[in-house]
Design a protein around this ligand. Structure first.
Ligand code: CAO
Length: 467
C-alpha cells in the first residue's frame, strides 16, 4: 500500500462537466460512464488543488483525507520551523515526529514566510492556482496576513476558503481552542465518565480529527456546488459544532429527560433519580440496546482483557442459554426488555461470571456464532499488529528518509474506483523549488532571488545566503 513520494507536475484540469451524455447544465451533465478498469480512472479528487495552510491536528486531518482522495495538497509552512507538530512529542532525535508524519502524508511542503512581501506575492500566485485554501489558524490570523476573504475572492473568485475554528460566531468566536476544550464545550465531556466521577475527555480526537472530517465534507460539497455556480465560498467547521454533532444522542437524551427518566441508563435501575441535565452514563450503551464492559479471562493482569457486551433484545434467548440461565427466557422479571431495565446491573454481573471464564476473543467467537454483538477491547498494540487492518490499508507502514519506517492510518473510507496509495509526509520545504518552478512558473533566476530575500528560508539562513 505504501508508495514513495513521486514528483507531481502541474495536472491538466479537465472540464468538470461535459455536455456529452447528459443535460448541458446541472448535476445531470455527466460524461458517459468510463470503460476503464475499476481503480484506473484516476482518483476521486484528482485535479483538485489545495492550498494547505493548516497546522497541528484538525486542519491537517482534513487535508490528508483530501490528499488520500487524490487532491494535490500543497502545505505552506513557516520557514525554518514548519508545522509546530514536526517537533512535538518527538521520539526520534532530529526526525519529524509521528504527530506530524501521521497527519501529513500524501502532501507537498513549501516554506513561505506569509508576512514577507515576496512571500505574499508567492501566496497570491498560489491562490490563483489552487481551488481550495484550508486553514485552522487562530481567529483573525489569516486576515492579519492580508489574506482576507475579499482579497482571496478578488484574486480567484472560484476559490473555496475553508476554516476550522474553535467556536462559531458568537461570544467565544475569538478564542483559541484545542481538542479537549472542544470536547468540553461540545457536550462530550459532561456526558462521558462515571456518574460519581468528574467529566472525562475521550481518547478519540473528536474535536480535532472529527472537525477535520466535517470540514472535508464541507469542502467536497462546496466543490460540487461550484460546478453549478462557478464561484467559491467560505466553509466553516467550528470544533464545538463538530463535537456536538458527534454527541447528538446526548442532546436527544436531554430532551427525553423532560418526559421522564432515561430508563436505559443503569442509574434508573439503581433507583438513583435524574437531575436536570443528561448524566454521565459510564459504559451504558448510547442506544436502545443495553450494554456494558465486562471482564474476561486474564483481566487481573491484562488491562485490556474486557469485552463490550450488548444485550440486544432479539438474541436474548441465546444469551440466556450461553450464560447458563435458560430460566430467564420465560421468567417475567427477565423475559422482556422493559422488565430487564431495572435489573441491568445484576444481569451484566451474571453475564460477566461467564465472560470471565473466556478470553475476549473466545467470547467474540462464541457470541458471533449466535449473532450476539460484542466488542473486544483492543489495545493499540493489538490494532497495530492486526493483519486484517494491514491488508485493507487501514494501518499502513511507510518509509521515511530521516525516521525510517512508521505506521500510519490509511484512508478509513474505501472506494472501489479511487484507490488510496499512502505516501510518507514531506520534509520541511521538500517541494519548495518544485512548486516555485513547475507550479508557479518562476525562473531559476527568480528562485535564486526569492531564496536570498528570506521569503522561503528561515531569517538567519536567508540573511547568510544573501550576504
Ligand atoms: N509565515 C509567517 N507567519 C505564520 C506562518 C507563515 N508561514 N504560519 C503561521 N504564521 C503565524 C500566524 O500568522 C500567527 O501570527 P499572528 O498571531 O501574528 O497573526 C502565528 O503564526 C500563530 O498562529 P496561531 O495563533 O494560529 O497559532 P498558535 O500556536 O498560537 O495557536 C491554535 C494554535 C491551534 C490554538 C490556533 O491556531 C487555533 O485556535 N486554531 C483554530 C482552532 C483549531 O484548529 N484548533 C485545533 C488545533 S489541533 O489541537
Amino acid at each position: 500500500m505504501a508508495k514513495n513520494k513521486s514528483k507531481k507536475t502541474k495536472p491538466k484540469l479537465k472540464k468538470s462537466v461535459s455536455k456529452k451524455g447528459g443535460k448541458a447544465n446541472g448535476v445531470h451533465a455527466l460524461p458517459k460512464p468510463s470503460s476503464k478498469p475499476w481503480g484506473a480512472a484516476g482518483k476521486a479528487l484528482e485535479g483538485v488543488r489545495i492550498l494547505d495552510f493548516t497546522h497541528v491536528q484538525s486542519g491537517p486531518t482534513c487535508t490528508q483525507l483530501l490528499a488520500y482522495m487524490g487532491a494535490d495538497v500543497i502545505k505552506v509552512e513557516r520557514p525554518g520551523v514548519g508545522d509546530i507538530t514536526r517537533a512535538q512529542l518527538r521520539d526520534v532525535k532530529g526526525a519529524d515526529s509521528l504527530y506530524f508524519t501521521m497527519l501529513n502524508g500524501n502532501k507537498r511542503s513549501i516554506t513561505i514566510d506569509s508576512k514577507h512581501p515576496k512571500g505574499k506575492e508567492i501566496l497570491d500566485r498560489l491562490i490563483k492556482y489552487c481551488d481550495v485554501l484550508v486553514e485552522n489558524f487562530a481567529p483573525g490570523a489569516l486576515d492579519r496576513m492580508g489574506l482576507t476573504w475579499a482579497h482571496i475572492h478578488e484574486l480567484n473568485p472560484r476559490m473555496i476558503v475553508a476554516s476550522v475554528k474553535g467556536f462559531g460566531p458568537g461570544p467565544y468566536e475569538d478564542f483559541k481552542v484545542y481538542e479537549n476544550v472542544a470536547q468540553c464545550a461540545g457536550g462530550s465531556a459532561s456526558t462521558t465518565g462515571f456518574r460519581d466521577g468528574p467529566p472525562l475527555v475521550t481518547g478519540a480526537q473528536i474535536g480535532d480529527s472529527g472537525t477535520g472530517l466535517h470540514l472535508a465534507f464541507g469542502i467536497v460539497a462546496a466543490l460540487y456546488q461550484r460546478v453549478r455556480t462557478g464561484r467559491g465560498q467560505r466553509v466553516l467547521a467550528a470544533m464545538q459544532d463538530g463535537v456536538l454533532n458527534l454527541a447528538r444522542v446526548k442532546l436527544r437524551d436531554q430532551q427525553r429527560l423532560q418526559h421522564g427518566p432515561l430508563t436505559e441508563y443503569s442509574q434508573y435501575g439503581e433507583g438513583i433519580p435524574f437531575g436536570k441535565a443528561v448524566p454521565r452514563a459510564g459504559n451504558d450503551s448510547g442506544g436502545g440496546q443495553p450494554g456494558w464492559i465486562l471482564k474476561c479471562k486474564g483481566w487481573e493482569t491484562d488491562p485490556d482483557a474486557y469485552i463490550y457486551f450488548i444485550t440486544q433484545a432479539p438474541v436474548w434467548e441465546a444469551i440466556c442459554d450461553l450464560i447458563g440461565k435458560p430460566e430467564w427466557k420465560t421468567d417475567p422479571d427477565y423475559a422482556k426488555p422493559p422488565a430487564r431495565l431495572p435489573r441491568l446491573k445484576h444481569i451484566f454481573a451474571t453475564i460477566e461470571e461467564w465472560t470471565m471464564t473466556k478470553t475476549k476473543f473466545e467470547v467474540m467467537e462464541i457470541c458471533n456464532k449466535v449473532d450476539i454483538p460484542v466488542g473486544p477491547i483492543l489495545s493499540m498494540k493489538e490494532i497495530a499488529e492486526e493483519p486484517s487492518l494491514r491488508k485493507t490499508g487501514t494501518v499502513v507502514e511507510v518509509d521515511h528518509p530521516t525516521r525510517g519506517k512508521y505506521l500510519t492510518v490509511g484512508n478509513p473510507v474505501k472506494m472501489s474506483d479511487s484507490i488510496t496509495e499512502v505516501e510518507r509526509s514531506p520534509l520541511l520545504g521538500e517541494h519548495t523549488e518544485e512548486i516555485l518552478t513547475k507550479v508557479l512558473g518562476y525562473s531559476a533566476k527568480e528562485v535564486a532571488d526569492i531564496k536570498t530575500s528570506g521569503a522561503i528560508t528561515a531569517p538567519e539562513k536567508g540573511r547568510a545566503e544573501a550576504a
